[in-house]
Design a protein around this ligand. Structure first.
Ligand code: PRT
Ligand code: ZN
Length: 285
């Protein structure tokens, strides 16, 4: 039987969320420490645990069928793979930073400067687009100490909270790339593997949609129902159930996370009471 080979980071910032994603999709496997490979016992998939930087190459070569990496790694490695799905976790940015005491008047100030980075391709593209010629020093780690040891004037590194830059006396002056975890896939999957992948994507979609929505139950006098129903789309339309108290109903519906509080305010003004909000585990249209 065909198995979809899925490459995920062995240990690092992507690991936990990647494992969680499959768990939420009901896919069971043993991810115990030290494992390099494991097969799911309830889904046709095999998992490979690898360093994130190696994942795009393995997917391009067909050793793995799909993999999870940061977009930064995907774009930097430039392998011929497809982005199958954006996953919304491990959000970060790739930024240029300079010593805090220096002034910065714009990108032209980088002209002729030495910049240390582990992302020479993304940085090189940014500089080229801005007509800047700078000296890119490629280093593989601890980029943030480069200015203090005299290796470079500036750095181009991943930033999340900004505390690493702060601790090293640097300030962020240009955000050149925004990243999140993405699922990448081989461009040449067999029909059988594509069909396993579409099952997986269907489950991921259900989990992601559920996270973006809440189940809501509220009570309202029947006279307020038309206005309340107008505010609540539901999956088709809201469910209305009569309450034991004459003239009152309970309304069940689904609310998007996006305009959640605005909708709650509007519902209360329309006469809603006793509003319960419950997380949804899966949502399937
Ligand atoms: O061992 P392996 O090669 O597999 O892992 P790795 O050490 O190369 O990668 P890892 O686990 O550190 O990061 C994996 C991915 O997580 C990255 O490719 C990014 O897409 C994403 N990510 C999200 C981050 C960060 N946030 C992050 N903060 N990657 C790195 N950092 C580092 C950054 O390099 C800097 O040193 O954290 C520091 C900055 O963090 P703040 O919070 O101080 O700004
Ligand atoms: Zn890495």
């Amino acid at each position: 039987m065909d198995l979809l080979r899925i490459a995920i980071q062995k240990s690092g910032r992507l690991s936990e969320d990647s494992l969680n994603l499959f768990k939420e999709c009901g896919i069971k496997f043993d991810s115990g420490t030290g494992r390099l490979k494991t097969t799911s016992n309830n889904f046709p998939a095999e998992f490979l645990f690898l360093r994130d930087d190696d994942i795009p190459g393995y997917v391009e070569d067909g050793v793995a069928d799909i993999g999870i990496v940061g977009e930064n790694v995907h774009v930097e490695t430039g392998r011929h793979v497809e982005v199958v799905k954006k996953l919304g976790f491990s959000k970060c940015r790739l930024s240029i930073a300079i010593p805090r005491g220096e002034s910065y008047g714009g990108v032209q100030e980088l002209q002729g400067k030495a910049i240390a980075t582990s992302y020479p391709t993304i940085l090189g593209n940014f500089l080229k687009e801005n007509g800047i010629t700078a000296d890119i020093h490629e280093i593989s780690g601890s980029v943030e100490i480069a200015p203090s040891i005299g290796l470079a004037h500036a750095v181009c590194d991943i930033v999340s909270s900004g505390s690493t830059l702060l601790a090293n006396g640097l300030k962020e002056v240009e955000v050149i790339f925004r990243s999140e975890a993405v699922m990448i896939g081989s461009e040449k999957l067999s029909d059988a593997k594509r069909s396993i992948l579409s099952k997986l994507l269907f489950r991921i979609q259900a989990v992601q949609t559920a996270k973006n929505n809440k189940y809501i139950v509220l009570n309202a006098p029947n006279a307020s129902l038309p206005e309340i129903i107008g505010l609540l789309p539901g999956m088709k339309s809201p469910t209305i159930v009569p309450l034991g108290t004459e003239g009152w109903s309970a309304v069940h519906s689904v609310l998007s996370e996006e305009d959640f509080w605005d909708k709650i305010d509007a519902l209360r003004s329309a006469g809603a009471e006793g509003i319960l909000v419950v997380p949804i585990e899966k949502m399937i249209y």
